[in-house]
Write a protein that binds this ligand. Structure first.
Ligand code: SDX
Length: 378
């Protein structure tokens, strides 16, 4: 019998062959379809990047215009979905609301025509178009308000901020938000993408694929860390408290949120871009009281943990950007999901192209040949 070495967390085990994105964790390089993330952040838009990820090439202007127009025309959600969302408890976490709503889309569009490119495109468009509407709708509904209708003359990012705040956003704020979506759109075989691929491999519908990935993204070791970073900065309170806070974490062997990564052993390139964008927002609007604390954290963590390759990851500075955009803390992870749906769908499509159901093995370390003990003898 072949004995395989057990790798907790599948560390270093390839789970798929993929041409969607690549990470060089020692040089801090991230590419989508071979294009550096810095270049996409500067020159692309989220919808163009989503197209690139899903269909493998940058679109021509006609292809992009057609895709944008399809997404625009599918932004609304059915009244039965919003009625269902109104029944969600307002104290529930928006990630749970999003997972339930994404799964509910499958009730309406459940036909599984996975060999038909029209079905694939339809599902891609619907999910990319409707997820932001559902996130914004839950935010308004839990505060006792009706959801705001998408506004057709606004682009993807501006429309989301409009639906959330009921007013058109500042142009710089909207562009920075769009860049955030580009940065979060895809990241190789992370936990939620793996989850999406496992679900996809059973040939279920794409709404179930996205719902399972949303559930996986929410945990504090993954996308949920962005929310926890802000709670941590609030708890630290001032720059003087940073060093004792970190020393206490290290003594308790507690994880410092927003730091460390399975692949990056240097600062995550997305964290650098997000930090620059946070600074742009502070310059235009007002400085942020937590930014000095965050910078001091980065210095002290590097001093204490740099030798282990622990540096800020994507979740460390994103929250400061979102806070400045007036977004409530518990929407940070749903916003990560709005962006990552592009990556999940690219992996869904790629998985279907050469599918084999995921069925790994295990290292059994339990007993054998135990006799059943009748209940009265236990
Ligand atoms: C995302 O995978 C992706 O690509 C994810 C992501 C994406 O775009 O999809 O990039 C998004 O999920 C970012 C990560 C957000 N999570 C956090 O910020 C939570 C805090 N970070 C960690 O818990 C941790 O670094 C992980 C979960 C991100 C990575 O976990 P690993 O690879 O399993 O590493 P580990 O927990 O086994 O730690 C290895 C060593 C340990 O020290 P030793 O026991 O070897 O001495 O590094 C230490 C850890 O104690 N360590 C940390 C630390 N992260 C790792 N120590 C203190 N604080 C940390 N944050």
């Amino acid at each position: 019998m072949m004995v395989c070495e057990f790798k907790p967390g599948l560390d270093g085990i390839p789970a798929a062959q993929s041409s969607i994105s690549s990470v060089d964790g020692h040089s801090g390089i991230l590419e989508y379809r071979g294009i550096r993330i810095e270049e996409l952040a500067e020159k692309s838009t989220f919808l163009e990047t989503a197209y690139l990820l899903i269909w493998g090439e940058l679109p021509t202007s006609e292809e992009l215009a057609a895709f944008e127009s399809e997404v625009r025309s599918h932004r609304r959600i059915k009244y039965r979905i919003s009625d269902m969302m109104k029944c969600f408890p307002e104290s529930g976490h928006p990630m749970d609301a999003l997972q339930a709503s994404a799964a509910a889309l499958g009730l309406f569009y459940s036909r599984r025509d996975l060999n038909n490119p029209i079905y694939i495109r339809d599902a891609v468009v619907r999910l990319i178009a409707k997820i932001p509407t559902m996130v914004a709708a839950f935010q308004l509904m839990r505060n006792g308000n009706d959801a705001v209708r998408p506004q057709d003359d606004l682009d993807y990012a501006a429309n989301f901020l409009y639906m959330l705040n009921e007013k058109e956003p500042d142009a710089l704020a909207a562009r920075i938000f769009d860049i955030c979506l580009i940065l979060h759109a895809e990241h190789t075989m992370n936990a939620s993408t793996f989850s999406a691929r496992v679900t996809a491999s059973t040939l279920t519908d794409p709404y179930a694929v996205v719902a399972s990935a949303v559930g996986t993204l929410g945990g504090p070791l993954h996308g949920g860390a962005n929310e926890e970073v802000i709670q941590m900065l609030e708890a630290i309170g001032c720059v003087e408290n940073v060093r004792p806070y970190i020393e206490d974490c290290l003594e308790r062997k507690a994880k410092i949120m927003g730091f460390g990564h399975r692949v990056y052993k240097v600062k995550d390139p997305r964290a650098t871009i997000l930090q620059n964008m946070a600074e742009k927002l502070f310059d235009k609007f007002s400085p942020d009281k937590y930014y000095d604390i965050a910078q001091e954290m980065e210095r002290v963590v590097e001093e204490k943990l740099g030798h282990k390759g622990i540096y800020p990851n994507v979740d460390f500075y994103s929250g400061l950007v979102y806070l400045k955009l007036g977004i409530p803390t518990d929407l940070f992870t749903p916003i990560f999901a709005i962006a990552r749906v592009a990556g999940w769908l690219a992996h869904w499509k790629e998985q279907l192209e050469e599918n084999r159901i995921y069925r790994p093995t295990q290292v059994y370390n339990g007993k054998h040949s135990i006799l059943y003990t009748p209940i009265e003898k236990r």
